[in-house]
Each structure stands twice: as C-alpha cells, then as structure tokens.
Design a protein around this ligand. Structure first.
Ligand code: VAH
Length: 313
C-alpha cells in the first residue's frame, strides 16, 4: 500500500495513475496540500508535508508500506523564496523519512540534475562526481541525497531515488521549474504557432518523457536490493537537447511553427549551472534502467495528446 505526497504535482498526478494500474486503485493513497480541482480516483487526504504528526497519522491509518515523497518546490520557485524552499523541501523530506522509519516503509523520493553545479563535469556527468550546486534547489537535492543514504546506512531504511532530468508531460504542467520551457513550447506551438523561449538557444539539458520517468520509479522500487550499489541518486536520462532542437522536432509536424528567445536571466543562470548530458550507466547496470521515447517520438505523442486535451484539431 503506497502513500504519495505531492500527488497533484507534475510527477505525482501521473504517478498515481501508474501506481493504481500496477498495484490497484485502493492500494494508492494520494495526498497533497490542496484539494483536487477535479475528482481523483482512489483514496485522497489533504496533507501539508511539514506537518509530521498528521503525516504519521495518515500513513498509519492507511496502513502504508511504501512512501513516495514527491512534494517539493522546484528550482526557479526555490530561488525566489529560498528560506521557504529550505523549510518545505528539507522539512518535508525529513518528516517523510522519519514516518517511513517509524512505520517500516520502503521509501522513494527524486533527486535531480539540479544536484550538480558549475564545477561538475558537464558532459557525460558521472554517477559519482563533484556536487557543488549554486541554487537552493540544488542544495536541497544534495542534502536530500545524503539524508536518504544516511537513513539507509544508519537505520536500514530501504530508501531509493533517481536524479531526474527535465520531465515533459501533457497531464499536469510543471510549476516553477527551469526545464518547464520544454513543456510550455508544445502548448504554445498548438495554441499560437510560436514560442518565445526563456532559455537561450544552445542551452543543452537532459530531458525525459513522463512515461519513461514513471516506469523508472516502478523498476527501481521493484529492483533486487542486493544488486544496488547506489541507492538514492541514480542518474537517469533519455535525451539531451537545446531549444533549437525541440523546435525543429515540432516543425516536422507544424512547419509554420517558429521559436524566438526572450531569455530569463534567473532561469538561464540555473540552466547554465547544470550538466549538458549525464551518464545513466549505473542505473542501467544495477536495475535495468531503459527508456522508450526519444525527442521525435515524444514530440509526436505530446502534440497528439495535447490536441485532444486543448481541443485543437
Ligand atoms: C526544475 N523540472 O526545472 C525541475 C527539474 C531538472 C529539472 O529539477 O526545477
């Protein structure tokens, strides 16, 4: 029985559906700080992850044996409110680790390519390397990776996690991220036939289509623990592209589409501090990580699904 925090977020909202399909609707408890706008399937509880008592009570009441902690403030939002980001990201993580320890739950939370900084090797970033991020989000992610490792070595908690790249999806829009341009561009391509990118041309970042990200979570959580050398910060990625390349991929479907640039210095600085492409070989070797979508197959699927969602022929 799996409890998910941040169930209404960009990953959470699709993770719920994936988990219900894999394990049954009533075995997945969705929690989030806000009420769902439209009814969600399966059990739902309002939960502010900084409220440890309520988190413990909700987990115990549900009989959860697995915690997937997805509630967090993303990179750009965290930069605009670093103290709040620290309290939410680290307070929420500590609470979810403590509740998982007290109730003997298996634990998952994602890290990010944001856990790397400007002094990290930028191309084929290794699994084990220098991590001196220059954003509050990155500080939270590095501290989170270390905290999850600590709970494994000190308390034997079965903590697992991946460093996600930018995630692209059509269900719930990301909120306050730096890679969000790669989601916005598909909406704007269909709605306006053009997109003004806040990330500069040539800014290469790792990305992954949401279906592959969700499968990675399930595969890691079901992996044989004896085979895991790493645990809480597996590099995972499907592709690496810069705005011009995703624009070209869209133009194969919408030849009139054009991209222009109005760079946001804050999010550009964040993007510039991250790797260009990371090396996922440890995830492949230790738990069979694989992806099925590349840029062009993702673009085809995103445009098709968004035409339906946005009611655009
Ligand atoms: C962000 N989408 O932009 C998130 C993610 C690697 C990017 O951490 O902050």
């Amino acid at each position: 029985k799996i409890m998910v925090t941040g169930a209404l977020g960009q990953i959470g909202s699709e993770l719920i559906t994936k988990l219900q399909k894999e394990y049954g609707e009533n075995n997945v408890l969705s929690t989030d700080i806000r009420k769902p706008e439209k009814p969600v399937t399966g059990p739902f509880e309002i939960l502010d992850v900084t409220d440890s008592k309520r988190m413990h009570g909700v987990a115990k009441e549900f009989g959860a044996d697995t915690m997937m902690h997805m509630a967090a403030l993303l990179s750009a939002k965290a930069e605009s409110n670093p103290l709040f980001a620290w309290n939410l990201n680290m307070g929420g993580l500590m609470n979810s680790l403590e509740v998982s320890r007290e109730l003997g739950m298996q634990f998952f939370t994602p890290s990010s390519i944001g856990a790397f900084g400007p002094s990290t090797p930028k191309v084929d970033t290794p699994q084990d390397t220098l991590q001196r991020p220059t954003t509050m989000y990155g500080v939270n992610k590095v501290a989170g990776e270390l905290l999850c490792d600590y709970y494994f070595t000190r308390f034997g908690l079965d903590t697992r996690g991946v460093r996600f790249p930018g995630l692209i999806s059509y269900v719930a829009q990301p909120g306050g991220g730096t890679t969000d341009y790669a989601v916005d561009i598909y909406y704007k391509a269909l709605e306006e036939g053009k997109y003004e990118s806040f990330i500069a041309e040539g800014t290469r970042m790792d990305m992954m289509y949401m279906p592959d990200a969700l499968q990675a979570i399930v595969d890691l959580m079901e992996a044989d623990p004896a085979k895991l050398i790493h645990r809480n910060a597996f590099n995972v990625t499907a592709m690496s592209f810069e705005p011009g390349e995703i624009a070209a991929s869209i133009q194969k479907h919408l030849p009139e589409f054009n991209i222009s640039y109005d760079v946001d210095p804050v999010r550009q600085a964040i993007a510039d501090s991250w790797p260009d492409s990371i090396d996922p070989s440890a995830a492949v070797a230790e738990w069979g990580f694989k992806t099925t979508y590349d840029l062009d197959s993702m673009t085809a699927d995103m445009l098709e699904k968004l035409r339906t969602k946005l009611q655009i022929s």
